[in-house]
Ligand binder design. Sequence first.
Ligand SMILES: Cc1cc2nc3c(=O)[nH]c(=O)nc-3n(C[C@H](O)[C@H](O)[C@H](O)COP(=O)(O)O)c2cc1C
Length: 216
Amino acid sequence: MTEFAFTAAERQAVYRVISERRDMRRFVPGSVVPAEVLARLLHAAHAAPSVGLMQPWRFIRITDDALRKDIHALVDEERALTAQALGERAEEFLALKVEGILECAELLVVALCDNRDVHIFGRRTLPQMDLASVSCAIQNLWLAARAEGLGMGWVSLFDPRRLADLLDMPAGAEPVAVLCVGPVPEFPDRPSLELDGWAVARPLPEFVWENRWGRA
Ligand SMILES: Cc1cc2nc3c(=O)[nH]c(=O)nc-3n(C[C@H](O)[C@H](O)[C@H](O)COP(=O)(O)O)c2cc1C
C-alpha cells in the first residue's frame, strides 16, 4: 500500500464493480437511462487510456426506432450464420439469448475512427492497439454502468461493413460493438454463458506463468 492508495471502502467498491459486472442480455422493457447518467457513462468511456493518446473511439447513440430495428435485423442474420458455422452446437447456440437490442433503454454503437494510419506511436508493429484502446473505453463504460445499477451487453454479432453503411460511416471507420445499456431485472452472479451451460470460465492460475510460456 502506498500513500496514493484509495481508502479501504473505495478500494472495495472498485473490486466490487469489477467482480459484479456482467454481460447482460435481459433488460426492463420501457425503462430509461436519465440523460445525466448517460453523460457520466460516456465521460467514463472517454477517460480511457489510448495508444499514443489517439482516442480512436466514436460513440453513436441510436435514438431512431427504425434504425434500432435495422441493427437488430443485422444481428439476427449474423446469429443465424454463426449457428450454421458452429455445426453440431447450432441448436444449443440458437437457444441462448445473445442480445437485448429491442428491449434495452439505450443502444450505442462504438466504432473505430477513420484515418487511423496516421497514428504510428505504439502501433507501428501492433496496429491492433487501436482496437485495444476502444476496448478500454468500452470496459470503462461497462464498469460505470454497473456502478450506476445499469446493465450492459456487448454485442459483436454483425457484419461490420453493413453496419458501417447503415450508419453512414466514412471509409476506414469500423464498428466494433453494439452496446445495449439500461435497467435490468437482476444481475446474475456468474456469466450467462456459464449459467446456460455453454462454457465454463477457467481459474486464474491456469493463465499466470513465470519467465517462460507455460511454466508455472
Ligand atoms: C469483445 C466482446 C464481444 C462480445 N460479444 C458478445 C455477443 O455478441 N453476444 C453476447 O451474448 N455476448 C457477447 N459478449 C459477452 C461475453 O459472452 C461475456 O463477457 C462472457 O461470457 C463473460 O461473461 P461476463 O461478461 O458476464 O463476465 C462479448 C464480450 C466481449 C468482451
